[in-house]
Design a protein around this ligand. Structure first.
Ligand code: CAA
Length: 379
């Protein structure tokens, strides 16, 4: 068993940590405040190969592995989790979905610019009545000659506003349950697609989240991914890999909380000494560091299993469950260590706590991860 990163992975980690501290961290508090979309940063991420990390180079990607993807997500999220959301969705739920299930023509037309960061993708599964119960969809895609007509409402779509293409799950056969769901590639700007106003969120505020409304929108048949009825399996398979990315995002947020806590505990004096000299604070730091290390091992193991071609769905669920809970605990303790200053927005650590919360919710809630883990134990 080898716990060391390869030379390439270690270099990636080192370079991205420096890049994120220099380019992303300084504006993170302001972007959280203004909800400003980081267009220039997204362009830079594309140039650096971070929008299609696991996509082979022949399809415009960086041709790296899932461990490299986890490392990159952690380092970007450590500086600004909002930026890592758009990056994570584009990588796992859009690019890898197209790479694994798309036709050559779909890869040529959509995957190449998405993986190169020239275009941005969104993934649209959830609906008002279908969150955790993801197969309970109502958005309909009705066959119409050599295409489909789509009508329905989708919600909580990350990058719904700024994306160019959307991977859409819609019902083609209402009688067939989860086997009646199909996956379609949709281009923004098509007649019949309206984007809702950006949601006002607790955290990851610089990333946009919107509803999408479809009114008889036409999708050509060549934009069907896989076969009719394959959509639910395509979505869940892609979410398995997405969950490694969210676990890594949670790790980045938790690591930022730990580093801020250590720095503040050394500097802040109370009762005539740095608060780092108090065992109550030391124990908090020790617990945070231990949980982060455990979460990182789970995340990297799930990624390494994926790279080795193994079945990683349960490992990814465990990694996301534990990393997101650890991030919530670490960021809450970070605010506690900062005391009154931590509660103020200008310190920036309350943002970590708000950002951490979503990692327990999207790409499958903590309860859904427990369902996935329990089913694998009992099947
Ligand atoms: N991979 C492939 N297939 C899978 C699968 C997986 N991981 N898990 C289940 N399936 C298959 C099953 O084998 C089954 O196939 P058959 O019908 O052929 O037997 C089918 O899918 C249905 O399985 P279940 O009966 O287990 O399905 P379920 O309705 O009980 O749901 C669930 C299972 C785990 C709760 C699932 O619905 C789920 O993961 N829900 C959460 C959805 C989610 O993560 N949403 C996130 C939204 S996207 C987002 O957040 C992105 C963003 O913008 C950031």
């Amino acid at each position: 068993m080898d716990f060391n990163l390869t030379e390439e992975q270690a270099l990636l980690q080192q370079n991205l940590r420096a890049f994120a501290a220099r380019e992303l961290a300084p504006g993170a508090i302001e972007r959280d405040e203004t909800k400003e979309w980081p267009a220039e940063i997204m362009r830079q991420l594309g140039e650096m190969g971070l929008m299609g990390i696991m996509v082979p180079q022949e399809w415009g990607g960086a041709g790296m592995d899932a461990v490299a993807y986890a490392i990159a997500m952690e380092e970007i999220a450590r500086a600004d989790a909002a930026i890592s959301v758009a990056m994570g969705v584009n990588n796992s739920l859009v690019c890898m979905l197209l790479h694994n299930f798309g036709t050559e023509a779909q890869k040529e037309k959509y995957l190449k610019p998405l993986a190169a960061g020239e275009k941005l993708g969104a993934f649209s599964l959830s609906e008002p009545q279908a969150g955790s119960d993801a197969s309970n969809l109502r958005c309909r895609a009705v066959r119409d000659g050599d295409g489909y007509r789509v009508t329905g409402t989708k919600n909580w779509v990350s990058s719904g506003l700024h994306s160019d293409y959307v991977i859409l799950m819609a019902v083609t056969d209402p009688e067939a349950g989860n086997h009646g769901i199909s996956c379609l590639i949709v281009e923004k700007g098509w007649d019949g697609l309206t984007v809702g106003k950006p949601e006002d969120k607790l955290g990851i505020r610089a990333s946009d989240t919107t509803e999408l409304y479809f009114d008889n929108m036409r999708v050509p048949a060549e934009n069907l991914v896989g076969n009719e009825g394959d959509g639910f399996k395509i979505a869940l398979t892609s979410l398995d890999s997405g969950r490694i990315g969210i676990a890594a995002q949670a790790l980045g947020i938790a690591e930022a909380a730990l580093r801020a806590s250590i720095a503040y505990a050394r500097e802040r004096k109370q009762f005539g000494q740095p608060i780092a000299s108090f065992q109550a604070v030391q124990f908090k730091l020790a617990d945070m560091a231990t949980e982060i290390e455990a979460a990182r091992l789970l995340t990297w193991r799930a990624a390494a299993t994926k790279d080795a071609g193994g079945n990683y769905a349960t490992q990814a669920a465990m990694a996301k469950l534990f990393a997101s809970d650890s991030a919530m605990r670490a960021t809450t303790q970070c605010v506690q260590i900062h005391g009154g200053y931590g509660y103020m927005r200008e310190t920036g650590v309350e943002r970590l706590m708000r950002d951490a919360k979503i990692t327990q919710i999207y790409e499958g809630t903590s309860e859904v991860q427990r369902m996935v883990i329990a089913r694998s134990l009992l099947q």
